[in-house]
Ligand binder design. Structure first.
Ligand SMILES: Cc1cc2nc3c(=O)[nH]c(=O)nc-3n(C[C@H](O)[C@H](O)[C@H](O)COP(=O)(O)O)c2cc1C
Length: 184
C-alpha cells in the first residue's frame, strides 16, 4: 500500500516534469497555421513521429476510427491541392497528411483531436503545418478516391506539413474575453 506521503510526492511534479510541461505549453502557444514552406524535405522519422502523436489522440470509447495517408509525391500533392478550395498551397508543401475515418458516431471529434495532435507535434519538431478542411466539403469523396482509400471512409482533414517560410500572427481573442468563471 502506498503511504500518504508517497502519494503526495507522486502528485507533485518533478523538475523534469515541470520542464516537460513548459515545453508542451510553449508548443501550444507557438503553433500557427503555416501555409508557406521552405524547399526542404521532411525526414521519414519526423513523419513517423507526427503519425505516432496522432494515433495517441483521445477517442470516444477508444474506437480509434482514423487512417492517415502520407502523401509526398509532388504530382499527387498538386492533384490534392487542385481539388480543395482553400488548400492550394498543398501543392508547394513537401508533405500532406490526409486524415480519414471510419464512419463512427464520434468520428469528427476523434479525428479533429488527432489532427490537433499532428499540428502540435509538427510545432514541437520545428515544422509548420496547416489544417485544410475536409469534412463536409464537396471534394471529400474525390480526395478519398484520389488517395486510393475505401470509398466509405470520411475525409476529416488534410494537413500540409513542411519547414515554415513564414510565421503568421493572426489575432486571438483574449483570455478575459473568452473566460467565464462558474457562470457566463
Ligand atoms: C476545421 C478547420 C478547417 C480549416 N480549414 C482551412 C482551410 O481549408 N484552409 C486554410 O488555409 N486554413 C484552414 N484552417 C486553419 C484556420 O484558418 C486557422 O486555424 C485560423 O485562421 C487561426 O490561425 P492559427 O491556426 O494560425 O491560429 C482550418 C482550421 C480548422 C480548425
Amino acid at each position: 500500500m502506498m503511504g500518504r506521503q508517497e502519494a503526495a510526492r507522486r502528485l507533485l511534479p518533478t523538475a523534469s516534469q515541470k520542464g516537460l510541461a513548459m515545453e508542451a505549453l510553449r508548443a501550444l502557444a507557438a503553433r500557427r497555421s503555416i501555409r508557406r514552406f521552405k524547399n526542404q524535405p521532411v525526414s521519414r522519422e519526423a513523419i513517423l513521429r507526427l503519425i505516432d502523436a496522432a494515433r495517441l489522440a483521445p477517442t470516444a470509447r477508444n474506437v480509434q476510427p482514423w487512417e492517415f495517408i502520407v502523401v509526398t509525391n509532388p504530382n499527387r500533392l498538386r492533384q490534392l491541392a487542385a481539388l480543395t478550395d482553400h488548400g492550394k498551397f498543398i501543392a508547394d508543401a513537401p508533405v500532406c497528411i490526409v486524415v480519414c475515418s471510419r464512419d463512427t458516431k464520434y468520428y469528427l471529434e476523434d479525428c479533429s483531436a488527432a489532427t490537433t495532435n499532428l499540428l502540435l507535434a509538427a510545432t514541437a519538431l520545428d515544422l509548420g503545418a496547416c489544417w485544410v478542411a475536409g469534412d463536409k466539403k464537396a471534394y471529400a469523396s474525390q480526395i478519398v478516391s484520389l488517395c486510393g482509400a475505401p470509398p466509405e471512409l470520411k475525409l476529416v482533414s488534410l494537413v500540409a506539413v513542411g519547414y515554415p517560410e513564414e510565421i503568421p500572427s493572426p489575432p486571438k481573442r483574449t483570455i478575459e474575453d473568452v473566460l467565464h468563471w462558474e457562470t457566463f
